[in-house]
Design a binder for this molecule. Structure first.
Ligand SMILES: Nc1ncnc2c1ncn2[C@@H]1O[C@H](COP(=O)(O)OP(=O)(O)OP(=O)(O)O)[C@@H](O)[C@H]1O
Length: 284
């Protein structure tokens, strides 16, 4: 079953456009949503949650159309935005009491369990919480109302390495039973190397690749060669950089011909993102 299916999403701003964004997330898995600053991650996430009006496209969550089942589906979705400060002067305890009234499946025991697990102090005001605590509080709320799909916008940005690692462990624990699915955006590629099952990569408002992590990486090769070899392969490269020894460039595996005799390695996610960002300035 699909936890999330996005079909041909289009949204135009004056200087930016989401173009035919489509991807899907299988239930019980973690998908990392990556892209450079301004690539369209938050716009996509807000579109999924119906927080902004889209020009066209369809969102299906747990098999139901978001446009026609929004109220019902909001019960099943938990979301967190790394940078949103909501009701900052309220204490956790008070805010929880307001929020829980909106959810049919709210469970006080589950909430108490996560407050303890995440070391949340209920007498603290939201303004007093660290970035990591805010994300954890959002997660505690989502899990206490039985959310089956977590949509998290940069939940790990602003966290120190230890807090990030803990949060990623929590994500893996949450999906273990196959009931909960997580879509989270990030530009920290090591987060994905650690815990994502699937990766969706957005670049300039368009989905470049959405696939299982190993398959995603296997789509590309990094080539290293001399300047003479560069002349041979240039046209096939996504982009390349030159240095005093020759060149390094990214290529689609399907376009790579071993008979060229050019050294090839498997890139990491960071290298893939870097060379895609150079695509527009190809032949620099
Ligand atoms: N309300 C808006 N009106 C006009 N343009 C907007 C609006 N919201 C976002 N944009 C533009 O859309 C583009 C994509 O922004 P978005 O926030 O989706 O990127 P992002 O991938 O989440 O980036 P980051 O990693 O920096 O958070 C940016 O160029 C941004 O300026």
């Amino acid at each position: 079953m699909l936890a999330l299916e996005i079909k041909n999403l289009n949204k135009k701003y004056e200087h930016f456009e989401l173009k035919d964004v489509s991807f899907q997330l299988e239930k019980g898995y973690i998908m990392g949503f990556i892209g450079a600053n301004g690539a369209g991650k938050t716009t996509t996430i807000k579109s999924i949650l119906n927080l902004i009006h889209v020009d066209s496209g369809e969102i299906h969550i747990l098999g139901k159309n978001m446009a026609t089942h929004e109220l019902e589906l909001k019960q099943e979705i938990g979301s967190a935005f790394g940078d949103i400060n909501f009701y900052t002067r309220s204490k956790i305890k008070k805010l929880t009491n307001v929020i829980k009234a909106f959810y049919h499946n709210w469970d006080d025991q589950t909430y108490a369990k996560y407050v303890k697990k995440f070391n949340l102090i209920e007498d603290k005001k939201i303004a007093e919480l660290s970035t990591g605590m805010r994300v954890k509080y959002s997660l505690a709320l989502a899990l206490s109302h039985g959310a089956k799909l977590l949509i998290l916008d940069e939940p790990t940005s602003g966290l120190d390495p230890v807090a990030r690692d803990n949060l990623l462990d929590t994500f893996q624990e949450l999906v273990k039973d196959g009931e909960i699915s997580i879509l989270f955006s990030t530009h920290i590629t090591s987060d994905l190397e650690k815990c994502a099952d699937y990766i969706t990569y957005i670049h300039n408002g368009q989905i470049i690749n959405s696939s299982e992590k190993e398959e995603f990486i296997d789509t590309y090769r990094l080539l290293n060669g001399s300047n003479d070899q560069l002349d041979l392969v240039k046209d096939q490269l996504i982009s390349y950089k030159t240095n005093s020894f020759g060149f390094t460039g990214l290529i689609h595996t399907k376009d790579f011909d071993p008979s060229w005799g050019v050294k090839s390695t498997v890139p990491n996610l960071e290298e893939i993102m870097i060379y895609f960002s150079k695509k527009e300035e190809k032949y620099v």
